[in-house]
Design a protein around this ligand. Structure first.
Ligand code: F6R
Length: 365
């Protein structure tokens, strides 16, 4: 079943163009320049009444929620809150009657997420889900939702399920945005960007050999920082989680600007940083973070946009991702981080598909 691949994680990383294609199939309308979902069970009038969205999830799925927060607030201008399912359940959060609750779960069986969903439903909130597990408990108990159609994910570290959740979050931002102030032409640009995504992801996957070579120079470190701003911040968290789960290297994700408020103390020749620095509003700020890191002897792997002016010699290693619409950049930036974590873990002879102490789906509290 593995075919030419050594591990399921590797196979699933390379399946991403197809998983993304499957998440989009039949879900765009060119006439209306929007996305559409069959199973939300909410009509436009009901959606218009939503004035706040709360996302609940755990682990990698929680990172996908954070990206959805950026995208929905940016394109649909609806306030979004993201909470760990396990915290929501015991917090007794005050929610307004026009709040819509969303849970995200690859397996659809994570106990903390399931119990958070039950708690929200018990209080009378409408709860929708984004799940990959067809017919899973969460899929059955939500009032409606979106299936990811990413196919089975066997590697314990989530890869294709994460990018497909982020994509669906972006498509929801488009859907909700087009019911509000997002124009026809802005919607059309987003549809175009989403459709181009499988091809762009394939381009990044085409750089796997180069990323493997970079990984070989970072195998022996025991600490890593991952930095990014705006929608790249959750991707920094996800990159750090992937690395720690499968290689057992200590890694932390931070918003790049927070570095000076503490983490900068960690930087030395023993602690490299992976810095998400695609072209955009905060590009020059992130560049200064890179300089500050290197001035303290910290090695830097920069992920930046191809064809844009990243300074020559600006980082120790540079990985280029295509420059595309903002709504797809978080997905493009994820791919090199997955590959880096994978190759570093393989070099360290770790059991990539079954990391110690972890299970694919966490059905205990
Ligand atoms: C990390 C990972 C976990 C899961 C988390 C939630 O790679 O896989 O952090 O994301 O346990 O699982 P689901 O999405 O099945 O609810």
């Amino acid at each position: 079943e593995l075919g030419a691949f050594t591990h399921y994680m590797e196979k699933e990383i390379f399946e991403q163009p197809m998983a993304l294609e499957n998440a989009m199939r039949g879900r765009f309308s060119d006439d209306e320049s929007t996305s559409k979902f069959g199973g939300l069970n909410l009509d436009a009038r009901e959606f218009r009444h939503v004035d706040r969205i709360v996302f609940l999830a755990c682990g990698t799925a929680w990172h996908a929620c954070l990206v959805a927060e950026y995208l929905i607030e940016k394109y649909a201008r609806i306030p979004v809150e993201v909470e760990y399912a396990s915290e929501f359940r015991y917090r007794n959060a005050p929610l307004d009657k026009n709040t819509l609750v969303f849970v995200i779960s690859q397996s659809g069986e994570t106990l903390d997420t399931l119990e958070a969903l039950r708690e929200a439903k018990r209080k009378g909130y409408r709860v929708l889900g984004i799940t990959n597990g067809v017919g899973s408990t969460i899929a059955r108990e939500t009032d409606g939702g979106v299936y990811q159609h990413a196919g089975p994910e066997i590697g314990v570290a989530s890869t294709k399920a994460f990018t497909s959740q982020v994509l669906i979050g972006g498509m929801l931002a488009l859907h909700l945005g087009r019911m509000r102030d997002l124009s026809f032409s802005d919607g059309r640009e987003m549809v175009k960007a989403f459709r181009s995504l499988p091809g762009l992801v394939s381009q990044v996957l085409g750089q796997a050999e180069q990323i493997k070579e970079i990984a070989s120079r970072y195998t022996d470190y025991e600490d890593f920082l991952f930095l990014g701003r705006q929608s790249m911040f959750p991707i920094a968290l996800e990159g750090a989680l992937k690395l720690k789960e499968i290689s057992y290297i200590h890694a932390e994700g931070y918003p790049a600007a927070e570095m000076k408020h503490g983490p900068i103390a960690l930087i030395s020749e023993k602690c490299p940083s992976v810095v998400l620095s695609p072209h955009g509003d905060t590009f020059s700020k992130v560049l200064s973070n890179i300089q500050e890191t290197r001035a303290r002897k910290g090695r830097v792997i920069a992920i930046t946009s191809a064809g844009k002016d990243f300074p020559e010699e600006g980082a120790d290693d540079v990985i280029h991702i295509p420059h595309a619409h903002d709504c797809v950049m978080p997905i493009l930036a994820t791919i090199p981080l997955q590959l880096l974590a994978y190759y570093i873990a393989v070099n360290r002879e770790c059991d990539v598909d079954k990391p110690r102490n972890l299970a694919k789906s966490v059905t205990v509290e």
